[in-house]
Write a protein that binds this ligand. Structure first.
Ligand code: FE
Length: 352
C-alpha cells in the first residue's frame, strides 16, 4: 500500500509524459489498462493502526493496490470540492453520520447498488450513497460521588434544574453533538429539543472546550458531575494501564441513556464511492470487502466500536464489559438530515 500525498497527486505532467511514451509502444497498452484498473485511491479520516492490515488484506485478496490519503474530515471534504471532476479519489471514509451527510449534500458521492452490501449492512445503517461499517454509542458519564445514576437516565435529564453547574460537554457544533441533537429533534420535536438545549446550557459547569476524553477526565476529577461521550473513548480509557486513566474510570459511572424511551443514540463510521471515482468497480469491491467478517473485525475493533454485520465476531473484553443496550433505531440517513436543523436549534439556544 502506498500513501497518496500532494506530490503524487500533482505529478500529472510527469505521468502524462509517461503515458505518451507507453502509448507509443503498442504492445504495452494492455498492460497500462490493467495497471489503471488494479488501483484504488482512498481518502480516509480514520487513523487507526489496524486499518493498515485492513488495506493490506484487501490488496492480498483482490490484487488491487490501495493508495491512501489521510487527513482531517473537513480538510478531505474541502479537498474533494476543490478537485471536482479531476479528483483521483474513489472512496471517502469518515466518522459520524452528520459528516457523511455533509459530503452527500455537496454531491460528492454516487449511488451504489450492491446485493452483498444490502444483505450484510442493516437497512437502518445505510443510504443509497453511503454505508456504515461500525457503530458507536453516545452515552452519559457521571461522577459516582457527585450524582446518582437515577438522576441521569436520559439525555433530557441533563437539562433538569437540579443539575445546575454540573454539565461538562464539548462544543455544540461538533458533529457528534449535532447528530445527537438531530436524534432528540426526531424523537421529541424541535420545540422540546430547543428547551432541552436551553436547560442543558443553563447547567454548564464551564464553556464547552476539548473533546469527549477531556470531559470524562473533568467529570472524574469532580470539575463537573456529568457529561456525554462516545463509547470508544471510554473503552480506550478502560484499556489503558496508566494510573490516571485507571483512577478516572473508577470515579465514573456509565449510563445507557433513554432505555425506557427511544433508545441510546448511536452513530457510525462509514464510507461511500465518490462521484468522480476513476476506479468505480474497485471502489464497490472495497466497500463489499469492508462488510466481510474479517474486515469488520479490523474496522470495528481498531477503534473499539461494534461491527454492523451481525455475523462478524469481535473479541474486545472492555467493549463487551459495557454490556448490551437498546439502541435508537432511527435510520442514520434520516438522522443525518436533521443535523443542519440541530445546528440552528443550538445557535438559538446558545450551545456554542
Ligand atoms: Fe471521535
Amino acid at each position: 500500500m502506498t500513501r497518496l500525498s500532494t506530490p503524487v497527486l500533482s505529478s500529472r505532467p510527469a505521468l502524462s509524459r509517461c503515458v505518451r511514451t507507453l502509448a507509443a509502444v503498442a504492445a504495452l497498452v494492455p498492460l497500462l489498462a490493467q495497471a489503471q484498473t488494479a488501483e484504488l485511491n482512498i481518502y480516509s479520516a480514520r487513523h487507526y493502526q489496524t486499518d493498515e492490515a485492513l488495506y493490506a488484506n484487501f490488496t492480498k485478496a483482490t490484487g488491487i493496490k490501495v493508495n491512501r490519503l489521510d487527513g482531517k474530515e473537513d480538510e478531505l471534504v474541502e479537498r474533494l470540492r476543490n478537485e471536482g471532476a479531476r479528483s483521483p479519489a474513489d472512496i471517502l471514509i469518515t466518522v459520524d453520520a452528520a459528516r457523511l451527510e455533509v459530503a452527500d449534500s455537496l454531491g460528492l458521492f454516487q449511488p451504489v447498488q450492491s446485493k452483498l452490501l444490502d444483505s450484510r449492512v442493516p437497512a437502518s445503517l445505510r443510504t443509497p450513497t453511503w454505508f456504515s461499517f461500525s457503530t458507536r454509542a453516545r452515552v452519559i458519564v457521571y461522577n459516582k460521588s457527585a450524582l446518582k445514576a437515577e438522576q441521569v437516565q436520559n439525555y433530557e435529564d441533563l437539562a433538569a434544574p437540579a443539575l445546575k453547574g454540573q454539565v461538562c460537554v464539548r462544543s455544540g457544533s461538533h458533529p457528534y453533538n449535532l447528530s445527537l441533537g438531530a436524534a432528540v429533534i426526531a424523537h421529541d420535536g424541535e420545540a422540546k429539543a430547543e428547551s432541552w438545549v436551553r436547560g442543558l446550557v443553563a447547567n454548564f459547569a464551564r464553556s464547552p472546550k476539548g473533546g469527549d476524553t477531556d470531559q470524562i477526565r473533568a467529570v472524574a476529577a469532580g470539575e463537573c458531575g456529568v457529561t456525554i461521550s462516545n463509547t470508544y473513548y471510554l473503552v480506550r480509557l478502560m484499556r489503558s494501564t496508566k494510573a490516571d486513566d485507571v483512577a478516572a474510570m473508577k470515579a465514573v459511572g456509565i449510563v445507557w441513556p433513554n432505555q425506557k424511551t427511544w433508545g441510546t443514540h448511536i452513530n457510525i463510521s462509514g464510507a461511500g464511492v465518490l462521484k468522480h471515482a476513476p476506479h468505480k468497480e474497485a471502489a464497490v469491491k472495497f466497500l463489499e470487502y469492508l462488510a466481510s467478517d474479517q474486515a469488520q473485525g479490523y474496522f470495528a475493533d481498531g477503534n473499539n466500536e461494534w461491527p454492523v454485520v451481525a455475523s462478524a465476531a469481535v473479541v474486545n473484553k472492555e467493549l463487551d464489559s459495557l454490556g448490551r443496550f437498546k439502541p435508537d433505531t432511527l435510520p442514520v440517513g434520516e438522522l443525518a438530515r436533521n443535523a443542519a436543523l440541530a445546528q440552528k436549534v443550538y445557535d438559538r439556544a446558545g450551545w456554542k
